[in-house]
Design a protein around this ligand. Sequence first.
Ligand code: PGA
Length: 251
Amino acid sequence: MVDRLLIAGNWKMNLDKAGAIELTNALTKSQSTFKEVDVAVFPPSLWLTEVGDLIGSDNIKLGGQDCHEELEGAHTGDISAKMLKDVGCDYVIVGHSERRTNHFETNETIKKKVLVSIQCNLCPIVCIGETWDERNKGTAISTVSFQLKESIPDELDSHQFIIAYEPVWAIGSGKTPTFNDIEEMHSSIKETILTINPKADKVRILYGGSVKPENAAEIFNLENVGGALVGGASLSATDFSQIISIAGAKN
Ligand code: PGA
């Protein structure tokens, strides 16, 4: 479905400056093995410049963990898509469940963030996913379809955006859906995307939520899985590089 898998490392609010530099240096040492895979890291915004200067290569790209829905203005503490582009980002994560929960972000806000990112030449990684309650009630698929319909603008091409399916209950918990459930969800996401964006038939759909070297191979073998959004395991250069090699072996 897609040419190359994308392995994205979301560092969240972790690592001090020295730790971010150490992790980046360790990753750049293994980057000659990253050729068959697209790799991106999402450091805390304070360390974007340092990390960007160190990676300085085509093999590892840089991304922001969030952006404001407006281009600029009186928004104390926020960061714009334009600023992320200015410091060398190619990607931005929008609508992560931690932002939806902790900052009460709505699908409507997320849609605006997608549009402003594209306007700034960033590729948004739009996160969607059901809660444990919704999975148990049998409404996971309808919840995710609703999020997609409300947060993805229409008339987008495959290369302009990326989806990350991240079940909320799988994030940082060590639990994952069954491989069948992941495959079923990814195929439903693809169907929904095509109803909104008929030209987006090659859109990448990442899986996220407790991805580690032990489960990566099986996840990457599933139909319509275009890579992974990795949290905890991206803080270890060894684990993250291993996940990248597993993805490379699949390509
Ligand atoms: P996790 O986080 O890999 O630690 O579960 C994934 C994410 O939140 O993007």
